[in-house]
Design a protein around this ligand. Structure first.
Ligand code: NOJ
Length: 592
């Protein structure tokens, strides 16, 4: 298979990578579900936006119990999304446009419809077929209690009991997620060999890398000991975000930021997360990827903290990148931002890896809402009609724009999630009957889950389904707000969120921001150069995060009042400026 994207060395250190959630991106055939042909049709829009690579959430054969993160065949495309030929066409078109293609790999678990799991169900306890998964006998005299007390990330027990071939209640299997997602036993060499085959299958088809799902979960502690997670823990294994920006949240460290970064090497905490054995798997994969030309990459989805532990995933012989969820979970607060940026650069820098930055993805409340929510909202719980503390749209997006302008000025690689460039907020008022996230069902509606960030995109204000698909009914209903936020309405409006993203990405390239280095600046020092500084009233600079990156100075005002704007040519402003003042919730890039 040809491999045509022009190579630059270590492109991933500075890349802006755009996450496509295929089912919600663009629907080419009117079945209400986005597809690969829909992606191909809109690659020109992504090229115009100025991203370097796309990462596609799973499009493989799947019963879609967890929106494709339940894979039944790792080497084929689900008919919902098209065919392998559609994938090849999409990949070729992306490469022709200079866009690299990263696919999702889901190695912690398969779908219960995978042939291996079906064979395991049909086989005897102790058989080779069962040995590919984590089957165990139950506890109690009749074996009718689960083998341990672990809970599923989506709520409820992490074990399900099977009925044996003779009709009697039998063994239990482990599923850290939905019961339709049985965990593989990664101590089994057959599982390892199968995933080498899967990696090669996609590398041979020309993919530029893999985002590795649950990269902290594949190895479980010997003996599968009981474990009760802390009540405030994040569902995926991190500290759990409380993005209300309150001083208490910061002081308590509840934002997932290591305010006093502890360098701990111990695999403390849950016996199913961050076990040392996972690293051996990634060393093996790295060697395999390095056989291929063109800097193919591995990016870890590892909800682990503090940051020095995350950095273990990106040691020189392991993965290339790890998602920086500590950054995602940081509130819009100058002090917290400085803390997490310093901790990130130090932790990743210590192992020679770039830091990544991310504000939104398909698992979290969109940052146009999340950063302004005034009530605690743990990751994974989602927001819905009963939730409190939801911001007005304008308030939320104003802050989100400032947060994005800050993020895109940081050295390293940034991830964007489809729709954030349109300023899409979380959709709060989805009707109960429309919700599809297993979290919603497994908690009997107690947690809304993640559907609110997965609503199909608006492309064209006046078209059916806002241009998502010409016919059919989108798999989640789109709100009326989409008519104001559709891409065609924003394209030629220089004050739109789309224009802000486009400008930021262009400037990022022109000023080589991704490859730069960060030096914090104090607002007072920046203002001291100004002629009338002596007469100026004292400024409360505690809500300002300012830094220099190469020839760009970035000033973010996270407070509630204006601060003076340092002199210089404004290259980018996340919102309207007020004469010589930088208003609240606004970030500027100034020519140094
Ligand atoms: C993380 C994925 O991002 C999420 O969407 C999925 O539900 C779980 N892993 C399980 O695969």
């Amino acid at each position: 298979m040809s491999y045509s994207v022009a190579m630059t060395s270590e492109w991933w250190r500075t890349a802006t990578i755009y996450q496509i959630y295929p089912r919600s991106f663009a629907d080419s055939n009117g079945d209400g579900m986005g597809d690969l042909a829909g992606i191909t049709a809109h690659l020109s829009d992504l090229q115009e936006l100025g991203i370097d690579a796309i990462w596609l959430s799973p499009f493989y054969t799947s019963p879609q119990r967890d929106a494709g993160y339940d894979v039944a065949d790792y080497c084929d495309v689900d008919p919902l999304f098209g065919t392998l030929a559609d994938f090849d066409a999409m990949r070729a078109e992306a490469h022709a446009r200079g866009i690299r293609v990263i696919v999702d790999l889901v190695p912690n678990h398969s779908s219960s419809e995978h042939v291996w799991f079906q064979a395991a169900l049909a086989a005897e306890p102790g058989s080779a077929e069962r040995g590919r998964y984590l089957f165990r006998d139950g506890r109690g005299p009749a074996g009718d209690e689960p083998p341990n007390n672990w809970e599923s990330v989506f709520g409820g027990p992490a074990w399900t009991r099977v009925v044996e071939a003779d009709g009697t209640p039998g063994q239990w299997y482990l599923h850290l997620f939905d019961s339709s997602q049985p965990d593989f036993d990664w101590t089994n060499e057959e599982v390892r060999e199968e995933f080498r085959r899967i990696l090669r299958f996609w590398l041979d088809r020309g993919v530029d890398g893999f985002r590795v799902d649950v990269a902290h979960g594949m190895i479980k502690a010997d003996g599968l000991p009981d474990y009760t997670p802390p009540a405030e823990g994040g569902s995926m294994g991190g500290a759990g975000g409380v993005a209300d920006g309150s001083e208490e949240a910061l002081v308590e460290g509840a934002v997932g930021v290591a305010l006093e970064p502890a360098i701990s090497d111990e695999a403390d905490g849950a016996p199913y997360w961050a076990q040392d054995g996972v690293h051996e798997i990634y060393r093996d994969w790295r060697a395999l990827l390095d056989e291929y030309p063109g800097e193919r990459i591995l990016a870890a989805e590892a909800w682990v903290d503090p940051l020095p532990r995350v950095a273990k995933w990106v040691r020189p012989d392991e993965m290339h990148q790890a998602f920086n969820f500590a950054y995602l979970e940081t509130p819009w607060n100058a002090r917290a931002l400085r803390t997490v940026v310093d901790a990130s650069l130090a932790a990743f820098g210590a192992v020679g890896a770039p830091s990544t930055w991310v504000l939104s993805n398909h698992d979290v409340v969109r940052h146009a809402t999340r950063l302004s929510v005034t009530e605690p909202n743990p990751q994974g719980h989602g927001l819905g009609p009963r939730s409190k503390g939801i911001p007005e749209y304008e308030t939320g997006v104003h802050r989100a724009r400032a947060a994005t302008a800050f993020m895109l000025a940081l050295p390293g690689s940034s991830y964007l999630y489809q729709g954030e460039e349109l300023g899409l907020p979380e959709v709060i008022d989805l009707p109960d009957e429309a919700r599809q996230d297993p979290t919603w069902f497994r908690t009997n509606g107690e947690r809304y889950g993640r559907d609110g960030c997965r609503v199909p995109l608006p492309w064209t204000a006046d078209a059916a389904n806002y241009g998502f698909g010409a016919t059919g009914t989108p798999w989640l209903p789109q709100p009326e707000l989409w008519s104001r936020l559709a891409r065609d309405v924003q394209r030629d409006d220089p004050s739109s969120t789309l224009a802000l993203y486009r400008d930021a990405l262009r400037l990022r390239r022109e000023h080589a921001v991704g490859a730069g280095a960060l030096e914090w600046l104090e607002l007072d020092a920046l203002l001291a150069h100004e002629a009338d500084a002596a007469d100026a009233p004292a400024v409360d600079a505690s809500s300002v995060a300012a830094f220099r990156n190469g020839d760009v100075i970035v000033v973010a005002n996270t407070g509630s009042g204006s601060v003076p704007l340092p002199a210089g040519v404004v290259l980018l402003a996340s919102g309207p400026l007020d004469g010589d003042a930088l208003p609240a919730d606004t970030t500027v890039w100034i020519s140094a």
